[in-house]
Write a protein that binds this ligand. Structure first.
Ligand code: EPZ
Length: 420
């Protein structure tokens, strides 16, 4: 079982290059099902989750080639079959459910295992299914599977009770080849939605308003194969920004879209971090100054991202004063609190709110990654904890970060991976 070992105390210095966005490339890979021509995705991050969805396409008789030399992903779904994909693969990664929209668009049929819940919440799919139904699909649920049939998908207006990222993406993909026009109201506005729409429009789709709360999709007859480079991973970049802040370091981050990180940058500025020299997608992050406690409420984009909540909690756990974090997106995303408490953090949970009283220092010990972003938070705390921190269950971390310990080591951290 692999573990990550971090020895405190570090101060990060130097430069780090950010990879392409995990939460862009997963729907983009699913969207290749819509087009029976070769698609090339450049700068693809070699992540566990990317391998899982590529394995899924392989299972469906697609031709998938991952070149780790230049991180180029070549996908050809010409010979895809509509057989039922392996349930274990679907359950392994929730994002696999994103093939549902493209599959019913391509074949008029798809049967998938219901995606299980995970550590951070029940993760329902009711909004995905509401969209498919309004587009004319029939839905059957039973024995742990959902089966969707649609002789023809016809455009409609779909209001999302919650601006779900996955539901917005699945409905967009089900609509691009449908007859007529689809309008998604109260749609998710995350940059990854905009990126998916950019990818689809380059293939010949006709999507307006992606990245805003109302998206209009005019159905087209077919799409063509293209080459595409996804946006940078704003959550990885935000994680390294907090790395500079928590270690009183100063780093240059290459691969940042300041607009996509506005809520994180503004909150870190409030906390005392200084940003400068934003040009050519690079930015200098100066975390050497005094930090102040801040209050955070996670919200759908453009609010503060839930995927940055655990990392911020690591930082605030050693900032003198009282900070309050409210998690409004997922119902159970405080699993990392117990791990931080083991390191000496003073945090109290009251429902969806965590009250953090900063302590002078954390001490290293054995902890575990309870989800992808909580694992990154454990590394951040280990950077400044006294002594050694040993992080288990790091498979969570590898799902969303490319060679995270190498990137931190290149910034001066004393961090390495062991196979215990
Ligand atoms: C995406 O998950 C991201 N994953 C998550 O990132 C991210 O935390 C989340 O969006 C929110 O930003 C990918 O893009 C692969 P949602 P998704 O549907 O699509 C409720 C990471 O760390 N909901 O926006 O599953 C749901 O219960 C991961 O990279 C319904 O009620 O998120 C949750 O409370 C973690 N019904 C809220 O919406 C539905 O049909 C947000 O879920 C769907 C969702």
């Amino acid at each position: 079982m692999e573990k990550i070992i971090v020895k405190g105390v570090n101060q990060l210095r130097g430069e780090v290059n950010i990879s392409s966005a995990k939460n862009s490339i997963l729907p983009i890979i699913a969207a290749t099902i819509l087009c029976p021509e070769r698609v090339v995705i450049n700068n693809a991050p070699m992540l566990e989750d990317v391998e899982v969805i590529c394995k899924l396409l392989n299972e469906l008789n697609c031709d998938v080639n991952i070149s780790s030399i230049n991180n180029k992903l070549t996908i050809d779904t010409k010979n895809i079959t509509s057989m039922d994909p392996d349930a274990q693969l679907i359950r392994k990664m929730r994002a696999s459910f994103l093939i549902m929209g493209p599959m019913i668009s391509r074949f008029g049929y798809c049967k998938l295992s219901l995606p299980g819940g995970c550590n951070i919440g029940s993760r329902p799919i009711d909004l995905h299914l509401k969209g498919f139904k309004l587009l004319g699909a029939d839905i059957m649920i039973g024995h742990g599977f959902v089966e969707v049939k649609a002789k023809k998908l016809i455009g409609n207006t779909i209001y999302l009770d919650f601006p779900s990222v996955g539901a917005t993406e699945n409905i967009i993909m089900a609509s691009v080849l449908a007859e007529g026009t689809t309008i998604i109201e109260n749609a998710a506005e995350e940059p990854e939605i905009w990126d998916l729409a950019q990818f689809l429009n380059k293939m010949g789709a006709d999507i307006e308003g992606a990245g805003l709360g109302k998206i209009t999709i005019h159905g087209v007859k077919s799409l063509k194969g293209i080459s595409y480079t996804p946006i940078y991973d704003r959550i990885e970049a935000g994680t390294f920004m907090i790395g500079a802040a928590i270690t009183n370091g100063k780093i240059k981050i290459n691969g940042v879209n300041e607009e996509h990180l506005r809520p994180v940058i503004e909150k870190l500025k409030e906390c005392g971090v200084v940003f400068s020299d934003y040009k050519n997608n690079s930015i200098i992050v100066d975390g050497t100054g005094e930090k102040k406690p801040v209050d955070i409420k996670t919200l759908p984009y453009p609010g503060f991202p839930t995927d940055m909540q655990a990392q911020m909690m690591s930082l605030l756990s050693i900032v003198d004063g009282v900070s309050v974090i409210t998690e409004t997106v997922f119902e159970n995303r405080f699993m990392h609190v117990a791990e931080l408490q083991r390191m000496g953090a003073n945090i109290k949970i009251d429902g969806r709110t965590a009250i953090i009283e900063g302590v002078p220092k954390l001490t290293g010990c054995q902890v575990k990654a309870t989800d992808l972003r909580a694992g990154a938070a454990m590394i951040l705390s280990g950077l400044i904890a006294e002594g050694q921190t040993e992080i288990g269950d790091i498979y969570h971390i590898d799902r969303g970060y490319v060679q995270i310990e190498k990137k931190f080591r290149n910034l001066g951290a004393d961090i390495y991976r062991i196979d215990s």
